[in-house]
Design a protein around this ligand. Structure first.
Ligand code: AQP
Length: 328
């Protein structure tokens, strides 16, 4: 089975990214031939700092390994190192409808947040479709926020197949049962967002210090009443915290609920913070060790790029061929 997922290098990654991204990557790499891509071309669709992009690409590579990816087993690479991605995006734009791109929730939401809305923000899902389809992917481990983009990739593949001949299989999404959409601790009706201001108290970052994590959970917004009970609609704040605890410890909701039965929210919130600290501490330590050796990171990235170039080349060649381009 072929597995592919992409993650953007910009922004300090959050426990939402852990729940919907990193955690699933480590689990799915055991199930087949896996490709994990640092999607730096996606990062330029909103305002960014070029100097930061360079170092955050290495930061993210180190974090992918620290959270459990094995570079000997999986292909881990940077999108801009494999020019097939930019080429596939242009070819697939011929089979992606303008109307469907305009309906993408992420485009609408991010478009509202930015003064300058780039054309890249609008066409981003076509690039993502190419990322996935170039590797003949069967399974895409992602968070809930990427559901609509994956649907668009499938539609583009189907349209390409029917217009130019069978070229792509149809990838399926894999969403975690728990933690597919981790919410902001201060606003549990909104997704915990990487691009929130760095000081935002509702966003827990993978590299936050223990004291910062404690503070964020202590001040998390809860709901009326005092029952620790999972009910996404009626108790969004507490439900989000139960899910985070379940992601951090692997415990079921029922077990967590019964432990805090009749105890109110105070101790529960503190314990969720401690569980997250316990989860993140070994990851942070491993991350620091890996990040210190830039030469080794570059070596591994070169290996990943070579493998990704070789694996994507036949699909790109088939696309050009079926679309009628004269080839040399
Ligand atoms: N809150 C979340 N809960 C669960 N999964 C999440 N993901 C992101 N946020 C949550 C998943 O993490 C993977 C990588 O994310 P990304 O690189 O595509 O995006 P990002 O850097 O988190 O930033 P976005 O999505 O561009 O925008 P903002 O900043 O608004 O969050 C993906 O699989 C994603 O589903």
């Amino acid at each position: 089975m072929r597995i592919f997922s992409g993650i953007q290098p910009t922004g300090a990654k959050t426990i939402g990214n852990y729940a919907g991204g990193f955690r699933q990557y480590a689990e799915t790499q055991e199930r087949g031939d896996a490709f994990f891509c640092i999607v730096d071309l996606h990062s330029i669709t909103v305002e960014y700092d070029p100097e930061e992009l360079r170092s955050s690409t290495l930061d993210l590579y180190a974090m992918l390994i620290a959270t459990g990816l094995d570079p000997d087993r999986s292909t881990i690479f940077v999108q801009s190192h494999v020019s097939a991605h930019a080429e596939a995006a242009w070819l697939l734009s011929a089979v992606t409808s303008y109307g469907q791109l305009g309906r993408m929730t992420q485009f609408k939401e991010k478009g509202e947040r930015h003064e300058f809305v780039s054309a890249g923000l609008f066409t981003y899902p076509v690039l993502m479709a190419g990322d996935i389809l170039l590797y003949q992917t069967d399974l895409v481990p992602i968070g809930d926020d990427q559901r609509q983009h994956l649907e668009l990739a499938r539609d583009a593949a189907e349209r390409f197949n029917s217009r130019f001949g069978e070229t792509f299989g149809l990838p399926e999404g894999q969403y975690p049962e728990i933690g597919a959409r981790v919410m902001d601790l201060q606003d549990p009706k909104s997704k915990m967002s990487t691009s929130a201001p760095i000081a935002a108290q509702g966003v827990v970052r993978m590299l936050d210090e223990p004291d910062a994590i404690r503070k964020k959970f202590k001040s998390a917004v809860t709901d009326s009443g005092r029952d620790v009970r999972h009910d996404r609609d009626g108790k969004p704040g507490v439900s989000n915290l139960i899910e985070i605890m379940s992601v951090a410890t692997g415990e079921t909701f029922a077990k967590i609920e019964s432990r805090y039965d009749g105890q109110g929210y105070g101790r529960f919130k503190e314990d969720v913070g401690e569980a997250v600290i316990e989860l993140l501490q070994p990851i942070q330590q491993r991350y620091r060790e890996l990040r210190a050796d830039e030469r080794e990171l570059h070596r591994l990235l070169e290996l990943g790029a070579d493998k990704a170039r070789a694996e994507s080349a036949p699909t790109l060649a088939a696309m050009y061929d079926r679309m009628g381009f004269a080839r040399l």
